[in-house]
Design a protein around this ligand. Sequence first.
Ligand SMILES: CC(C)(COP(=O)(O)OP(=O)(O)OC[C@H]1O[C@@H](n2cnc3c(N)ncnc32)[C@H](O)[C@@H]1OP(=O)(O)O)[C@@H](O)C(=O)NCCC(=O)NCCS
Length: 135
Amino acid sequence: MDLNIKNNIMPSDYKRIRKDVEWHFLRDFEISKLLNNSDIKVSIYDNDLCVGVGRCLTDNVNLFLICDVMVMKEYQGKGIGKLIVNNLIDRIKNINSTDKYIYVMSVKGKEGFYEALGFKKDIKSGYCIHLLGDK
Ligand SMILES: CC(C)(COP(=O)(O)OP(=O)(O)OC[C@H]1O[C@@H](n2cnc3c(N)ncnc32)[C@H](O)[C@@H]1OP(=O)(O)O)[C@@H](O)C(=O)NCCC(=O)NCCS
């Protein structure tokens, strides 16, 4: 592997990797919109192939929500997920603020991944409503 990091995500790569990891379908305009509205983005490339992505939503002071950390199936288990999350955390650390909370949304079964990266389950309010619309 010849890995390199870019601070952006191409919509076509996001779409392809999202399909590869078998997440819910999103329409193209929704993908463009969610990427445009994401504050911190990262893509990992193996040569010219984007093999993993991650993004973060933030108010740039207090709250940082890491989401959509996705690594292509055939590239999983090689440290790429860790590279994505650590890149996002490093960039969050560089933001000048006195009190930061970094949250992640973990799907069931992936809690251990985030725990391996230092996240602790001490969230004060961890409830959500998941709304699915028409395709
Ligand atoms: C979850 C995911 C991003 C992990 O990426 P990855 O590249 O396979 O993970 P890494 O190889 O970087 O693993 C980093 C560490 O997490 C651990 N880890 C990875 N997946 C784990 C899991 N499901 N349970 C427990 N530990 C896990 C690894 O053992 C490794 O530990 P180490 O640093 O002590 O060796 C990847 O499996 C994926 O894309 N899954 C589908 C999408 C998804 O569910 N994303 C999570 C969003 S909530």
